[in-house]
Design a protein. Sequence first.
Length: 196
Amino acid sequence: MAGSTADEDFNKKISRMLDFWDSVTPDTDEWREKIADIHPNRFIREYTRYKYTLTNGDFVKAESSLPEGYILESVNLKELKHRNYSNANRIQDWAEAWGSEERFDSSGCGCYIRNDDCIVSWSLSDCCAEDRIAIGIHTDPKYRKMGFAKKVVSAVVQRCFEKGYNQIEWLCVSSNSGSKAIAESLGFKLVNKYIS
């Protein structure tokens, strides 16, 4: 949120556009105070987000072996639609932000680790601009703290560099110690913290 907080017409329009679960980032202390007045979630509270970046020279590749029965695969949205994986829709929903399968194929990338028909961990690119790309991660709660997240992120980072991106961005909330630990272990550097 940026600009003047005094324009009530603008504030009303923004309030109607915001979903209950939308997060917003204030540009000034004025906006920081105003958000509670215009956001549809009257119980919204602020939190700190971390932004990390990674360049190829800082990348520390993760060891790639997996336990027996687990397979690392690249995300192919066309093929994923025809698989009977129990949670493939989570990846498809995430990839929809790219606007089309073609755009995801040409500019984005992703990987997942599965065991039989269950995808246990996945990492996908969220968006890109010029030579930068942002990635995210999710691991099924039953499979956390088993090293899958680091391995799948490492594979996605490699694919991002192979596609010609020079900088990879990673955003997480300050309280997510697991996400921060994965980022730092792969060589990501903290560049800033901000309120959201």
